[in-house]
Design a protein around this ligand. Structure first.
Ligand SMILES: C[S@@+](CC[C@H](N)C(=O)[O-])C[C@H]1O[C@@H](n2cnc3c(N)ncnc32)[C@H](O)[C@@H]1O
Length: 262
């Protein structure tokens, strides 16, 4: 994970500031609520009609919180993202690639996004995205049967899941078991009613089971009604009571997560 931007540390032209160290992610100046932007990897830069802001040759794409649950989670205070240049990501429930395209911006040309989608209806748009974004690898498959794409995907650092399936926890667990490296992250967007009722906001007792730890959770209102967003850390070394229980989380960073968590 990259470090969140500390106010006053560095400020770009017109008040746009880096958010998350090495990743091409910026946060715009308030007036009302923060806006997030990713530097476009593809050309033409606009993928779904989103606003584009130019700085010299660089195109920055508005990361629309009403279109993407990841952008909504950032607006709701997600303190950092695990998407850094060069990382491999398994994306479950890619749809037409709206959020996939921003994740692809963040991991950059050295990273890869393996984008799994069930519906052949949306696949053409995902394939179109992959033409402009060579780091996006569309896979037509059912995420409930990860064995079907086992040979196509390496060990990844992050799993992002947004599938609105009743068995979404089991899906995350099984995909993590097969593809997520120890110490990796699972970001989960879920409809509150679908499985947990309201429990997603109850506390860290809501989880994926042994080896997973909730690092952050939030509701996504007003952008996505009745949705919650959870970030889990995964791995042997974060089993409760294990030595070095939170790898890579320095005290200041742990404090930042605590402050941001609700
Ligand atoms: C809410 S949409 C995803 C939106 C997308 N994550 C974004 O932000 O741009 C959910 C997607 O999951 C897909 N989906 C649902 N069940 C699935 C399954 N079992 N395997 C793969 N994809 C699935 C749906 O076809 C749909 O495109």
């Amino acid at each position: 994970m990259t470090r969140p931007y500390a106010p006053g540390e560095r400020e770009g032209p017109s008040g746009y500031r880096p958010f998350g160290g090495a990743a091409p992610l910026e946060v715009g100046p308030p007036p009302e609520r923060p806006t997030f932007w990713t530097r476009a990897l593809g050309d033409p830069p606009s993928r779904y009609g989103e606003r584009i802001r130019w700085r010299g040759d660089e195109a920055w794409r508005f990361f629309d919180p009403t279109r993407s649950k990841l952008a909504a989670a950032l607006c709701r205070g997600l303190p950092e993202t695990p998407f850094t240049p060069g990382e491999d990501v398994l994306y479950l429930g890619a749809s037409t690639g709206t959020t996939v395209s921003h994740v692809a911006d963040l991991v950059g040309p050295e990273g890869r996004v393996f984008a799994v989608e069930l519906s052949p209806r949306v696949l053409p748009r995902l394939l179109l995205l992959a033409r402009e974004y060579p780091n996006v690898h569309p896979i037509l498959a059912d995420v409930r049967a990860p064995a079907s794409y086992f040979g196509d995907i390496p060990q990844v650092s992050v799993i992002y899941q947004d599938v609105s399936q009743p068995e979404q926890l089991a899906i995350a667990q099984e995909n993590a078991r097969l593809f997520l490296r120890s110490g990796g992250w699972i970001l989960l967007a879920l409809k509150r009613a679908s499985l947990f009722g309201k429990a997603a906001e109850r506390g860290p007792d809501v989880g994926l089971g042994l080896g997973f730890r909730v690092a952050y959770r939030t509701g996504l209102e007003p952008f996505h009604r009745e949705h919650a967003f959870l970030a889990f850390r995964y791995g042997e070394e974060i089993l409760p009571g294990a030595k070095g229980a939170e790898p890579g989380r320095s005290r200041p960073r742990a404090r930042a997560w605590k402050r941001a968590g609700r």
